[in-house]
Design a protein around this ligand. Structure first.
Ligand code: SF4
Ligand code: SF4
Length: 98
């Protein structure tokens, strides 16, 4: 179902985004403190194509941290994200190839 984006920021933190070399669960470096995209005019196609949907409603929570946690749990990626965090990986290339 189509939904209005509330600019909650979760989709710029939770998923891995290959075009940005962004690992799972890590904040996109282009996301501002207000959860806005600082490169909006030149954001990658994958970000342009992203549409708010039911997931946004399902992960709704008071804080960004909670929303990201719910997003990862929804897609059963909590453990994978934890492992990436623990290994201190700052990029997807590193996360994948060690
Ligand atoms: S998770 Fe959904 S509501 Fe939040 S910023 Fe992304 S598209 Fe918008
Ligand atoms: S480039 Fe912009 S829209 Fe894409 S994940 Fe980063 S902050 Fe979000």
């Amino acid at each position: 179902m189509a939904m209005e984006c509330t600019r909650c920021g979760a989709c710029c933190v939770a998923p891995d985004i290959a075009a940005l070399d962004k690992p799972l669960g890590m904040r996109c470096p282009h996301l501002t403190a207000d959860n806005l995209c600082s490169v909006y005019e030149r954001r990658p196609d994958v970000c342009r194509a992203y549409q708010a949907d039911d997931v946004c409603r399902l992960i709704d929570a008071p804080t960004l941290e909670e929303r990201v946690g719910k997003y990862l749990a929804l897609f059963e990626l909590t453990e994978e994200a934890r492992a990436i965090r623990q290994s201190g990986c700052s990029s997807m290339r590193k996360a994948r190839h060690g």
